[in-house]
Every structure is written in C-alpha cells, then in structure tokens.
Ligand binder design. Structure first.
Ligand code: NAP
Ligand code: MG
Length: 403
C-alpha cells in the first residue's frame, strides 16, 4: 500500500508525561504506517521549554500562523511542585495561554459520542460544541467591599479628560461592588471565530447573553455578533445551509436540554466556563472531549481537552500497566490532518482522517476499551485493555479499512 502524500506540513507540538508516551505510540501505530507525514516538530515538553526559556512555545505558535494547522499534545502548566520536579529556571506560563495570546482565538470543545455511553440527557444524540469566549468579564474584574454609608460610582474618563459618571449604589449597610469590561475587538474576533468554525463544521450557531437586563454590556455582544453576521457571513451561511440564532441565556439553557444536539453554542466567558463542564459531564467523560482553538483569521490548533494524566505516568514509570484513554489525542490528530487535507484539497488525507476516527469508534463499540470507558460503558460484552493494546486494536481495524 502506498503511503498518503502531504503537500504542506502541519505543526506538531509534543508535550508531557502520559500523553507524550501516547503521542509517540499514536504516530508509530496509527499515522506513520499510512501517511508520509510532513510535520514541523516542536518539543513543548517541559524539559525543552525550560532549556529554550519557553521560546519553543512562541516559535510553535508562529509556525502555526504560517502553516495554518497544528496538533498539540497536553503539556504541564508549571506550579511550585513542578519547579522542584523539573528544576525549572522560572515558573513558565501555561503553553495554551501563550499560544492563545499569539493566535487570538476561541476554544471549541465537543464530545465524541460512542454506543454504550449514554448521555445523561437521552435526547442528546449529536454532540454539542461549546465555544467559550476566553477574554474579559468577571475573569478580569476589579472588586471591592463597601462599608455602610459608602457610595459606589462608575466613572469612565476619555482621552480628553471628560468623565462619564453614574451611581452604582449608596450603601445603607455593608456590601460589595465589582467592575468588569470587554473590548469590541475581542468580541468581534470571538464572533468571527464562531462563524468560521460553523462554516467549517456545517453546524448552526446559537449565541446567548442577557441583553434584556444588561442593555449596554450584553447588548453590545449581541449587536457585534449581528453586525458581523449580516455583513460578512449571511450569504455563506445560506450557501452552507446553516443558521445563526440569538436568544437569551435562560431560553438557550432550556432549549439545549430539549434539543438533540448538533450545533455550536457560543457562550460569554462565564457562561462558557460553567456550561462546558455541565455539557462534558452530561456526555460522559473528559477523555472523550476534543478541543480546538480557532483564530479569527482561520488558523486551527487541535488538542485533547484533558491534561497529561500525571497519575498514570507515574505508574508507567514504575513499570506498572496503565489503561489510558488515547481517543481525544487521536481525534486531535485526525482533526488536524482532515483540516490540512481540506486546505490542500487532499482527498486521500481527508479520507484517512475519517477512517482513523471510524476505526477508533468501532474499537470501543465492539467492546474493546480503556479502564475509564469500561467503568461507564453499558455494553454487555466489553473488555478492558491497556494503553498499548488499545492502540494496537485500533491499528488492526484501521489497516482493514485502509486496504
Ligand atoms: P488530567 O491530566 O486531565 O487528569 C485528571 C484525571 O482524569 C486523571 O488522573 C484520570 O483519572 C482522568 N483522565 C484524564 N484524562 C484521561 C485519559 N485520557 N484516560 C484516562 N483517564 C483520564 O488532569 P491533572 O492530573 O489535573 O493534570 C495533569 C497535568 O496536566 C498538570 O500538570 C496540568 O498542568 C496539565 N494540564 C494540561 C492541559 C493541556 O495541556 N491542555 C489541560 C489540563 C491540565 P484517574 O487518575 O482516576 O484514572
Ligand atoms: Mg470550568
């Protein structure tokens, strides 16, 4: 069998701990036997980030801007314990934060559905993708306590020194105040990322906020979304047969519960934080959740939503058997290769990505799974396998599908 050729490289960002072990196995078992892989490799493992003073993270993000598609392994975000464990020069920042700051994007998270794992909401037969705005609001707030008798005011001074002032509250008893903000630029880039992702996945976009109560703040989000949609996306959506739909957050929650899934739910920062944990839990498992960062100019970075699975890695280091779920990392690879195929009009590469996903899902649906899935699967005939054997089982099915 001839290997599939690629014309443009993808950016490959290697990572840490158990996911780094899985990364190498996925390449060896599932990618390299079928694809003549072209990738520009960046080692984002903590050892190499420390050696390069984290320059490698910046370089990998710049390369992603250049090539348009990246696949990323989970990485350690250092804390005090990691400083000692890895003898770090500095407590390097979260690679995801650094990459997000350079690419300026929105994070989309979607569950991978398999037979045997039923969502807690039985009508959810298609995935619900949460698009979380990752800037501002309560995550960048200023807050204070106010004692009885104080007056809290909101004051904005423009560049010429003119003031807009309004009273927030005259406190009779003790209380609290909070100031938050967002920027039109960030909201616009959030809107474009959602609309681009909708076009690329052929799904409707729902956006929700509380504009009836927040007539300036939330209304500004609603207006920016509406204006960008009207001017830049309306026709493309019509051609693709998809819709943009705005509703109040409380109405959205009720509709989501009654829905069958299959759309992108764009959420303000706080709503996205809360709702993505609700949706992930209701669908079954964090190890079955994909995550992709989409920048407003259409650059894609695919990863798993979970971390480096540290506890399993320490077992692995002690020579004990592990049963770590590699599905989200496999789907990060298939997502990146499919997107590369789409951009390069490489049908064989896109087909390979589809078959890789099919082989993975077939494996689980035929009852072969890792420990985390074994615990929640309702299949009658099921078998728990270790990390390596799970990948070999997928490889067996993929070989059959590809020949
Ligand atoms: P984690 O790696 O997501 O793992 C937490 C627990 O969830 C695991 O101990 C395991 O439970 C279960 N789990 C997660 N993924 C699994 C998988 N693929 N297969 C089977 N079980 C899985 O989170 P963490 O242990 O809190 O964080 C470890 C490191 O990851 C940290 O250094 C953190 O900075 C980093 N992190 C990175 C990213 C990223 O790069 N995107 C995201 C989050 C965290 P059991 O132990 O019960 O089996
Ligand atoms: Mg959260």
């Amino acid at each position: 069998m001839d290997k599939i050729k690629m014309t443009t490289p993808i950016v490959e960002m290697d990572g840490d701990e158990m996911t780094r072990i899985i990364w190498a196995l996925i390449k060896e078992e599932l990618i390299l036997p079928f694809v003549d892989l072209k990738s520009e490799y960046y080692d984002l493992g903590l050892v190499h980030r420390n050696e390069t003073n984290d320059q490698v993270t910046v370089d990998s993000a710049e390369a992603t801007k250049k090539y348009g598609v990246a696949v990323k392994c989970a990485t350690i975000t250092p804390n005090a314990a990691r400083m000692t464990e890895y003898d770090l020069k500095e407590m390097w920042k979260s690679p995801n934060g650094t990459i997000r700051a350079i690419l300026d994007g929105t994070v989309f998270r979607a569950p991978i559905l398999v037979k045997g794992v039923t969502p807690y909401i039985p009508t959810w037969t298609k995935p619900i993708t949460i698009a979380r705005h990752a800037y501002g609001d309560v995550y960048k707030n200023t807050e204070m306590k106010a004692l009885a008798g104080s007056k809290a005011e909101l004051c904005v001074t423009d560049k010429d020194g003119n003031e807009q002032r309004a009273t927030i509250m005259e406190f009779k008893g003790d209380g609290i105040v909070q100031g938050i903000h967002n920027t039109d630029k960030s909201i616009a880039s959030f809107a474009r990322s959602c609309f681009n992702y909708a076009l690329s996945t052929k799904q409707d976009v729902w956006f929700s906020s509380k504009d009836t109560i927040s007539k300036i703040y939330d209304h500004n989000f609603k207006d920016i979304f509406a204006e960008i949609f009207e001017n830049e996306y309306k026709e493309k959506f019509a051609e693709a047969g998809i819709e943009y739909f705005y509703t109040l957050i409380d109405d959205a929650v009720a509709r989501v519960i009654r829905s069958e899934g299959g759309y992108i739910w764009a959420c303000k920062n706080y709503d996205g934080d809360v709702m993505s944990d609700m949706v992930a839990t209701a669908f079954g498992s964090l190890a079955m959740m994909t995550s992709v960062l989409v920048s407003p100019d259409g650059v894609y970075e695919y990863e798993a939503a979970h971390g480096t699975v540290q506890r399993h890695y320490y077992k692995h280091l002690k020579g004990e058997e592990t049963s770590t779920n590699s599905v989200a990392t496999i789907f990060a690879w298939s997502g990146a290769l499919r997107k590369r195929g789409e951009l390069d009009q490489n049908a064989s590469l896109m087909h390979f990505a589809d078959m890789l996903e099919k082989a993975t899902i077939d494996t689980i649906e035929e009852g072969v799974m890792t420990g985390d899935m074994y615990l929640i699967s309702t299949l009658e005939e099921k078998r728990k396998v270790n990390t390596q054997d799970f990948l070999k089982e997928i490889a067996k099915r993929l070989t059959a599908l590809m020949s």
